[in-house]
Design a protein around this ligand. Structure first.
Ligand code: PRX
Length: 600
């Protein structure tokens, strides 16, 4: 198989069957590489997390461990020390490579820097940086010290930062000169925030001030020896804020031992082999960036690409080509943007690609068919959530793909579609997608400071995902939608309450209700129904001002792309906005049960 873009060759490996349900049948014997998971059914039967722990975890002599040791240091011994861990390309085209040996020294140094500045086990250190190598050095350095790494998306503005840094009681934030002003604005309201570390990369003038520490300066002085913190599997390692229907985002906290499932899935699902060049396009500010941009691939000692530049078909195809990427993990919106672009992947030499996967939102069958035509390979849909810490229901290299389906449970994981009482519903029937919590090894260990919220995920012995799905007769799971009002826009999870709260901060706005409106490209866009103060002009100008306000104060990605003025929001008698009703009306669907609606 020399040219994967040759359709004749493709059809010998991937036979597209027209069986009513289009299926992409595979012939693994003809794959470039033998899949890590060569027999799904057999592995599913035989796999246990106990055995996986033995295989994937490296314990210190006293029976403790550290995820950073597993991800970095153990590969920095012997021959693999000189293996490239990281291939970096900056937004302006500079290239850098880092070996596992170098990363060991850098992460040790950073752990020493934190130690010197009083950071202790369990303290929260947040990372607010663009996609640069320091982000990973900082992440693994924090874990080495036994502190908890919090990651932030670089599009967050001060309102989003405030919620997260205040709730977590972050002691240190690591950022750069460009992003620092957003922290500076809110620092006075963050009593726990003691120091900010500025990463000096780039030519911008560095901010000056009290309690600012300069990364390069400190790293030059720091020792490359560090006594890694000995942690238990359940000890906390990283946290991420994620959105639900109600209230502000919640801090989902994971533990050091969770790296086991990150590695198992990077191996079994993403099929990463030792000599692969792997590119996960997700930002470290989201869980996919943490688990599949850091823990999983480094845990396996693979070589990862990170690219600071913006998304464009030209940029991305060039990265795939120049770095000879073999395994590529990306997201449906990006795939749809590539699909819609006049730039063809066939103008690039992408012949090294051998495995493609996608996550974060429904992967529409058209995107899979397009991938097959464009790259000669199908995208493999994978499903999971921030709370789950790793992939749990998914497609595999060895398994036939049913375009539109999320695939089957990971070996070790029990998933089901259940009714309100926790009973499995018959095949083909829609219900709640739930998992046996004890079978998700990397399941969150807590919601930061909110036990009630944590407990609310579990009912009748199940972990409830909040997604609706059905299972077909062959055991494939199919995503139907969210059971709540959580919005997925370009694969990024946004809580309507967060956006509504930002909207009402605008001087013209009295009230706002926010929904996800289906969108061909982005999956959903944020749509806001807004009640404005008397006298405010209900025109395009006002809409633009309100949109810009949310974009500039909440987050660059979490602003309403559509605003509609409304005289009054539909609410329950207890005053809760009925977003479901706004959505049904928007989509022209039946309004359902409106018995709790206040007089309208
Ligand atoms: O609704 C599901 C959707 O994204 C949610 C989880 O979002 P988040 O915690 O940000 O995690 C993103 C990284 C996994 C889910 O509840 N979702 C995720 N993957 C898929 C998906 N929806 C459909 N198909 C998927 N493959």
């Amino acid at each position: 198989m020399t040219d994967k873009r040759n359709l004749v060759t493709i059809t010998t490996i991937y036979q597209i069957m027209n069986t009513g349900a289009n299926i992409i049948h595979k012939d693994p014997k003809k794959f470039v590489k033998k899949p890590n998971l060569s027999d799904y059914e057999k592995t599913y039967k035989e796999f246990t997390w106990k055995k996986a722990e033995k295989e994937y975890l490296d314990f210190f002599e006293d029976g403790t461990l550290n995820a950073s040791y597993i991800a970095i240091d153990r590969h920095a011994i012997g021959k693999s020390a000189s293996k490239n861990a990281l291939l970096f390309e900056s937004a302006t085209g500079e290239k850098e490579t880092y070996t596992y040996g170098q990363l060991k020294d850098l992460t040790n140094k950073f752990a020493n820097v934190l130690d010197l500045h009083g950071v202790q086990k369990g303290d929260r250190v947040f990372i607010f940086l663009p996609t640069i190598p320091e982000r990973l050095v900082v992440f693994f350095g924090i874990l080495k010290l036994g502190a908890i790494a919090g990651t932030l998306f670089s599009a967050f503005m001060e309102m989003a930062l405030m919620d997260r840094l205040l709730d977590s009681g972050a002691k240190v934030v690591v950022t750069n000169a460009t992003l620092f002003p957003r922290i500076q604005k809110i620092w006075k309201d963050l009593p726990a925030l003691e120091k900010v570390i500025i990463v000096e990369r780039g030519s911008v003038d560095q901010p000056k001030g009290e309690n600012l520490i300069y990364y390069k300066h400190e790293m030059e002085k720091a020792s490359a020896d560090f006594a890694i913190a000995h942690m238990q599997k359940e000890d906390l390692s990283y946290m991420l804020y994620t959105s639900g229907t109600t209230g502000k985002p919640k801090g989902v906290v994971h533990a050091h031992g969770d790296i086991v499932q990150a590695m198992v899935t990077t191996k079994f699902v993403l099929d990463v082999h030792e000599d692969d060049i792997y590119w996960c396009t997700a930002d470290l500010g989201w869980v996919t960036g943490v688990v599949y941009g850091a823990l999983g691939p480094f845990g396996l000692g693979a070589t990862s690409v990170i690219f600071e530049g913006r998304f464009s078909p030209e940029n991305w195809y060039k990265v795939l080509q120049d770095y000879q990427v073999t395994v590529w993990y990306t997201a449906p919106t990006a795939i749809r943007m590539l699909m819609g672009s006049p730039v063809s992947p066939k103008e690039y030499n992408l012949s090294n690609l051998r495995f493609l996967a996608s996550v974060g939102e429904p992967l529409n069958p058209e995107a899979i068919w397009w991938g097959l035509e464009a790259f000669g390979l199908p995208f493999h849909d994978t499903w999971w959530q921030t709370e789950q810490g790793s992939i749990t229901v998914t497609n595999y290299s060895v398994m036939d793909v049913r375009p539109g389906s999320m695939g089957k449970p990971l070996p070790g994981v029990i998933a089901a579609v259940i009714d309100e009482d926790g009973k499995e519903v018959p095949v083909g029937e829609e219900g709640h997608l739930a998992l046996k919590p004890e079978t998700i090894y990397s399941l969150m260990k807590q919601i930061w400071g909110n036990k009630e919220k944590f407990d609310s995920y579990f009912r009748n012995g199940w972990y409830l995902s909040g997604d609706k799905a059905f299972k077909d007769k062959d055991g494939y799971f199919w995503f139907v939608g969210r059971a709540d009002d959580v919005i997925k826009t370009s694969g990024e999870r946004v809580g309507p309450f967060e956006v509504e709260s930002a909207l009402v901060e605008h001087e013209d706005v009295i009230e706002a209700g926010v929904i996800g409106k289906p969108d061909e490209l982005r999956g959903e866009i944020i749509k806001a129904f807004v009640v404005v103060k008397p006298g405010v002009e209900k025109n395009e100008e006002t809409k633009k001002r309100i949109m810009a306000y949310v974009k500039q104060h909440l987050a660059g990605h979490a602003y309403p792309r559509e605003i509609e003025f409304i005289d009054k929001l539909p609410k329950t008698r207890s005053g809760k906005i009925m977003r479901r009703l706004l959505k049904s009306r928007e989509l022209g669907l039946p309004e359902g049960d409106t018995s709790t609606l206040e007089d309208y």
